[in-house]
Design a protein around this ligand. Structure first.
Ligand code: MG
Ligand code: MG
Length: 265
């Protein structure tokens, strides 16, 4: 069942997503070779709790194993999603790390992900990041009243596949609101004109997870971290949007992250 949101609810979700954006920007200031993903996780958890919210991912149940131990997901290089932060994972020059962050603030959820570069990253990998982020915005542009979810899926898929990349199938975007995962599912592959109608008040997270090589994945022994089978890198960018006055209103933001990235280069 799809819960369309009122104007008041959209403003509550905007606040939760603003905090996600601020958390990711805070992490951007700390990402460098030598930092561990556990250190990033601690920074994120403190930041979220200091701002009166709860990190939604912490303790999230897993059908295959134990609850998620971290406050953020940190997926490095060939790790696609749900990477578990650990003290052993030291970020190296040339790595990429996808940081997925969720907050629950005043009863509503925020959810956003950004793939960061650590030091100097290979040009081919930078291109994967550029195309994946672009695909997210292509999906957002397709999220207008009169379209269906399949139009969003198609826009993401064609943009990535035409660049020679593959769409990971096991994980999808989703409705979001009082629950982090609500209906409808928002796959990163699909057909135009298919799926639920896009209406005002619909709130969804669009999140392309795109592999440089094959789309197939396996789960690490921690039962969370999903990796590409060929070991090639994957990227993940996510925004939470609300359909408002017929088109997408992006509730999360990469603006501050991009300013920090630009000033570091
Ligand atoms: Mg997310
Ligand atoms: Mg999500």
């Amino acid at each position: 069942m799809i819960f369309l949101k009122t104007e008041e609810e959209i403003e509550l979700m905007r606040a939760a997503n603003r905090l996600v954006a601020q958390t990711l920007a805070e992490l951007a200031r700390h990402i460098r070779p030598g930092v561990t993903t556990a250190q990033l996780d601690a920074i994120a958890e403190d930041f979220i709790r200091d701002n009166g919210a709860v990190p939604t991912f912490k303790g999230f149940p897993n059908p295959y194993g134990g609850p998620f131990p971290g406050s953020i997901c940190t997926s490095v290089n060939d790790e696609v999603v749900h990477g578990v932060p650990t003290a052993e994972r030291v970020l190296q020059d040339g790595d990429i790390v996808s940081i997925d962050c969720g907050t629950l603030l005043n009863g509503y959820n925020g959810d956003s992900c950004y793939t960061f570069q650590v030091g100097t990253v290979a040009p081919a990998t930078r291109e994967l990041l550029r195309i994946t982020k672009e695909a997210l915005y292509r999906g957002i542009e397709a999220a207008v009243v009169g379209h269906r979810i399949g139009d969003v899926s198609y826009a993401v898929q064609t943009h990535c596949e035409s660049a020679g990349y593959s769409v990971v199938r096991e994980f999808v975007g989703h409705g979001i609101g009082r629950q982090m995962h609500e209906d409808p599912q928002v796959p990163n592959y699909g057909r135009r004109g298919n799926g639920p109608q896009i209406k005002n008040g619909l709130c969804i997270a669009i999140e392309p997870m795109i592999a440089m090589g094959v789309k197939d994945i396996y789960l690490k022994s921690d039962k969370w971290t999903a990796c590409t089978q060929d070991g090639k890198p994957a990227a993940h960018f996510e925004h939470t949007i609300a359909i408002h006055h017929g088109k997408a209103d992006i509730l999360s933001s990469f603006d501050e992250i991009e300013q920090i990235e630009a000033s570091a280069r």
